[in-house]
Design a protein around this ligand. Structure first.
Ligand code: F6P
Length: 545
């Protein structure tokens, strides 16, 4: 059993990295490339269908050697094995972390408390596949005998972001006769807009919630129930229009969904790591079981890569170490993820939960306050749209924002010159960010002196370029898993629990206290502060009925 690690700053190599940072912080990427004409090829690697060019990072060979030593001193290899062996590495919840088992091929074994979990995983996958086929083929019908044309996933956080991201990412492979919708926000607008043009007799709801207690999801599910019954007028109809995905059979039953229509998963799958469990049922219905299994195969291949590849050629480890270099030594506060593919438009939102709910922690596994920065803010938008909005700040602002640019060599929708234009932007942006434009170059173009500073690009802005041939289910699986394991590798080095999320609790508890106060006539609880009391009073006065 592996125990807690050592706070990162107490690892011997940390001091060496600090000293090294002082030596190289002023080095410009232009210099690094001039000194090593082969840098672009040398600092790149390819695995599991992904090509990573990390040459435009502010690192020397010594930086990489020291970062790799950091991974060793943090005993990353041991911790990776502990995860795969089903040890309870989520220490604050005393749980194993086995999302890797969700994509383990049949015949492989992963043991948890002496029991092989892989057969259960495949039993659920088989049930999901059978159900998906019935919906897709029209064998599963609504209570009135109408074919199901609409599938609405109700869930939030990990029970929404993964499914909606994967649906959008793999839309090209989806059955276009089905309409997929995703309701997450407790704002009634979300439900109202998602269902306004749907016929309850043709609509299937998937209530997706690991705990089946989440207020937003339960509220939306009750509303969906009422919305269906208002037309179908028969409680029995619920069985044909509602299925559940959860680890909590009791709560599913209490809600009124037959557990025969429930797809289970396990407490060793964290919410934000659950899109390849039964939480992915909506994805499977949209793209079909074969494509879903192909996505799992891509993830599994990345799992194997992560587990077995030496760190200097290990994609998630390298990405993780480079992130730590900027976060902890350069003081970078954020990372921008910039997919140059419209199908990946929800990928940054998905990554936000994955990275920030996982590594937004301030204490070590032993509970000591860290004296170093942990998870950075992740944000992003599809690339070319971002170029016409926030890239200005990345190019010429005062902050260092490392960027991941993600692109594909082949378009799924080849249209004239579109794809060359799109991809030229990936390469051009990475080039401009790295090398910029000097004042001399700007002057040489005949720019008047007063305008030169405004038109000068300092450059030296680091990027990773991730390229794949084509956006397929396999590639999506490996891309997701690349980031999952990057997050884990960083969490190990920061010595934090990447698999709990206590920080979301306080707000939930306080909201439960305030809900009745908003409907009440009496004064808000004195226990609130004057600001909260005043806001509640104002809301009550103005909300209408
Ligand atoms: O509030 C955060 C969270 O617990 C996430 O971690 C999780 O993905 C989300 O809520 C939804 O939880 P559930 O699937 O249990 O409804």
């Amino acid at each position: 059993m592996t125990t807690a690690g050592v706070p990162a700053t107490r690892l011997p190599v940390w001091r060496a990295l600090e000293a090294h940072y002082q030596q190289v912080r002023g080095l410009h990427l232009s210099q690094l490339f001039a000194d090593d004409p082969g840098r672009g090829e040398r600092l790149s690697l390819e695995a599991v269908g992904l090509y990573l060019d990390y040459s435009k990072n502010r690192v020397t060979d010594e930086t990489l050697t020291l970062l790799l030593r950091l991974a060793q001193e943090a005993r990353l290899a041991e911790r990776i094995e502990a995860m795969f062996q089903g040890e309870k590495i989520n220490v604050t919840e005393q749980r194993a972390v086995l999302h890797v088992a969700l994509r383990a091929p049949q015949g492989e074994s992963i043991h948890l408390d002496g029991k092989d979990v892989v057969p259960e995983v495949h039993a659920v996958l088989d049930r999901m596949a059978e159900f998906s086929q019935r919906v897709r083929s029209g064998v599963w019908r609504g209570a009135t005998g109408k074919r199901i044309k609409n599938v609405v996933n109700i869930g939030i956080g990990g029970s929404d972001l993964g499914p909606v991201m994967a649906y959008e990412a793999l839309k090209h492979y989806s059955d276009r006769s089905l309409t997929l919708r995703f309701v997450s926000n407790v704002d009634g607008t979300d439900f109202a807009e998602a269902t306004s043009d749907l016929d309850p007799a043709e609509t299937l709801f998937i209530v997706a919630s690991k705990t089946f207690t989440t207020l937003e999801t339960m509220t939306n599910a009750q509303t969906a129930r009422a919305w269906s019954l208002a037309v179908l007028r028969d409680e029995e109809a619920i069985a044909k229009h509602f299925v559940a995905v959860s680890t909590n059979a009791k709560a599913v039953e209490a809600f009124g969904i037959d557990t025969a229509n429930m797809f289970g998963f396990w407490d060793w799958v964290g919410g934000r790591y659950s899109m390849e469990s039964a939480i992915g049922l909506s994805t499977m219905i949209a793209i079909g079981p074969d494509n879903f299994r192909a996505m799992l195969a891509g993830s599994h291949a990345m799992d194997e890569h992560f587990r077995t590849t030496p760190f200097e050629r290990n994609l998630p480890v390298l990405l993780g170490l480079l992130g730590i270099w900027y976060t902890d030594f350069f003081g970078a506060e954020t990372v921008a993820v910039l997919p140059y593919d419209q199908y990946l438009k929800r990928f940054p939102a998905y990554l936000q939960q994955l990275t920030m709910e996982s590594n937004g922690k301030h204490v070590t596994l032993e509970g000591a306050t860290v004296d170093y920065a942990t998870g950075p803010v992740y944000w992003g938008e599809p690339g070319t749209n971002g170029q016409h909005s926030f890239y200005q700040l990345i190019h010429q602002g005062t902050r260092l924002i490392p960027c991941d640019l993600i692109g594909f060599c082949q378009s799924l929708n080849p249209l004239g010159e579109h794809h060359d234009i799109l991809m030229s932007n990936v390469f051009a942006q990475a080039e401009a960010l790295a090398f910029g434009k000097t004042a001399e170059q700007v002057k040489a173009e005949g720019t008047p002196d007063w305008l030169v500073p405004h038109r000068t690009f300092e450059g030296n802005r680091p990027t990773n370029v991730i390229l794949a041939d084509r956006l397929t289910p396999e590639i999506l699986g490996s891309l997701i898993t690349l980031y999952e394991h990057m997050v884990f590798a960083q969490g190990v080095i920061w010595d934090i629990d990447s698999f709990d999320q206590w920080g979301v609790e306080l707000g939930k508890v306080l909201a439960m206290r305030i809900i009745p106060e908003l409907a009440s006539e009496t004064e808000p609880a004195l226990a609130h502060d004057s600001s909260t009391n005043h806001l509640i009073r104002r809301y009550r006065r103005l909300k209408g009925t």
